[in-house]
Write a protein that binds this ligand. Sequence first.
Ligand SMILES: [Zn+2]
Length: 351
Amino acid sequence: MYDILVKDEEAVVVREIFDLYASRGLGAKTVAREMTSRGIRNQHGNEFTQSTVRHMLGNCIYRGILRSGDTYSQVFEHLRIVDNVTWLRTQELLESRKTAWQETTKLPRVVRGEALLSGNIICGHCGAHMTATSVVSRGCKVLRYICNSGNKYVHKCDGQRSYGAKTVDGIVTKLLLELFGTLADVSNVGILKRRLNLSLSENKAAHVAAIRHLTKKESELADLKSEVVKVIRGESKFSVGLLNEAIEIAEREVTRLREEVTALETALTNSTIKSDEFVRQHGEYIHWAQVFADADRSEQKMIAARMIERVEVRRGMEISVTWKADADAWRNAATDLGAETAHYSEEACAV
Ligand SMILES: [Zn+2]
């Protein structure tokens, strides 16, 4: 069904599509448009469409897995085009966009495409989810976020029921842009990367040390075992009991060290993936920071959904935003580093 050998040109196109979708945060439709505008066609010579892109993004052949019906092969590295991190991120995005779409289609009152927040805005008084609704006020259509407690006639929440979406979205957008400002501060990026590489090299050093230790213990064990022959010949200073005990101890030690080496190998792989993921994600934040202001509403919503865990609104437009855990981790790291950098530059000035 497909050409088993990975063609270089095709691989470049596939990687670009996954990159635009998973790292740049574009939707399948925009990716298709982008490829068309660059004059790139699919393997059949046709223009890319939203559905061909979507199909490609879910096709496991690109991570080197062959599929026949419900049966999947192991991973064939020589067939792989997309790395695991990108693949997983893509699947996660496909899934979240699917659910977001299902949620909005289930709720016909939601004005799709207009309100920035959906599914992640909560009433700060009763904890109920809020829905974006279009209300006609003095002949004008106004978009409002409404607390879902109770119904149209009985409001079961002691807080404010409805908030102007334009104001809420404006405040949230301002906070989001401030966060992007912190995240995209280039003075932090170098230090963060260096810090990541540092922890990676610490892991590497621990791994090398553990292997050295293991090799030494293994050769000690081999020596002890060769001593057995000498004991039998009566040429050794060891007694049989003492030698057996020493061998047992050395064997236990070797087993323990082998386990340690395996654990360190796993940690090393994980921290490499983590470091790759960290750097890739930062690229994503920088990209979003650049495009957010000019993006169309659906892209802004998607970016907001990726950054925001929850927005709580209380009477008097009191708004608090909880960022997604990874965005928050980046924010904390950047804030720490900001302080660190300021400290260093002060020292530099003092000198
Ligand atoms: Zn409420």
